[in-house]
Write a protein that binds this ligand. Sequence first.
Ligand code: PMP
Length: 451
Amino acid sequence: MNTVENKALKEELLEKDRKYVWHHMSPHNDNPMIVASGEGSWITDVEGNKFLDGMSGLWCVNVGHGRVEIAEKAYEQMKTLAYSPMSQSHEPGIRLAEKINDWLEGDYRIFFSNSGSDANEVAFKIIRQYYHQKGEATRYKFISRYRAYHGNSMGALGATGQSSRKIKYEPLGTGFVHVPPPYCYRCPFGQSESNCAMECAKAYEDTIIAEGPETIAGVILEPTITGGGVIVPPDDYLAQVRAICDKYGVMLIADEVICGFGRSGQRFGHQNYGVQPDFVTMAKGLTSAYSPLSATAVRADLYETFKGNEPTSHFRHVNTFGGNPVSCAVGLENMNIMEREDLVARSAYLGEELRKRISVVAEHPNVGDIRYFGFMCGIELVEDKASKTPASPDKVLKVIQSCKQQGLIIGKNGDTVPGYANILTIAPPFVTTEEELDLIGQIVQNAMAQL
Ligand code: PMP
């Protein structure tokens, strides 16, 4: 297509988009980028403009765009068996469950669903039912953290700790209580690194006691809060939370929807902290988003509780598309690619390389803090370093727009002030080259220089 034809196609699509499409998050987005194709770390819009995909879509295209191997597996599977419900079974589902269990280095049963939100709902429901069947029906509450995001459905949104995502949709699923996050830059307990007594971890125990230990079913957390602004906990935090869960007989759910599948520099984020969760929820990087699929890994011994004779002792939860054979074949090939190309180790390496290139903006007066975890980083923008006042929305937008003009897509996350995000996020695909990282570093520096 030549330039004139490209422009005409864009205008035609935009007109129809404005008429028919309701966009996620900002339905009135009248000028969306219309993406036509992707290759490696790059996406191309309908006019032929190329952009570095600095967020891997929504933190998900871990193996990069344009993987023909995955497309071929999907095609073969679609021809052979496009669909069969997971009340039966099929080879791609069985093989994928086995591989997920191997990567988890534990003993888990895998329940397949469609999205990260679904995977968390499944964890909540299994845990509540488990305690019912164990004669501890008073345990129904889950503890999560302020600033965390766990999904858009009523239960997962109940677990979410960002008010701006919740207001006007309440009442949500009930039984969710929140503790302050391990947010060292703005320590909720007013401490600094030198006098930190890990009150953020102790807050779990205080909350369990205050709520009544016999009412607490589980704790849900991401190994590092991602969408809430890349909030990396102190090294010992997760182990302390695990110990508190054990003390009170509470299940630990690791939400690995973003941290999983190499993003953290390990196969799963919790593996950085030497902790074994009871439940692990996953989506995004499970298929690198080539096809919708999520999974809830459940500690295998809990499964026994669901084998009773009366039907109400079974887990009565079904979703039509969960464990779709094509999605499972895609997930399996995605994980095989990560193994063949050693992409988890590469993610860890790229994380260090990203750090070298981004840390140069640390001195900028509007940069309050930069946080790194695996191959992701969050740059917290402030009005000035002394006051730490979150940077105004137009400052944040200016940097993002400048990056885009220079050909780089980055994200904004955080909700430090409810309703707007002041933390720039970068999480590129694991196939990003050193030269592309140079470009990312240079573009971010240029964009910051404009503030
Ligand atoms: N948990 C976490 C940590 C997430 O980041 C997300 C989505 N960004 C979800 C759950 C929900 O996943 P989904 O959008 O697939 O429902």
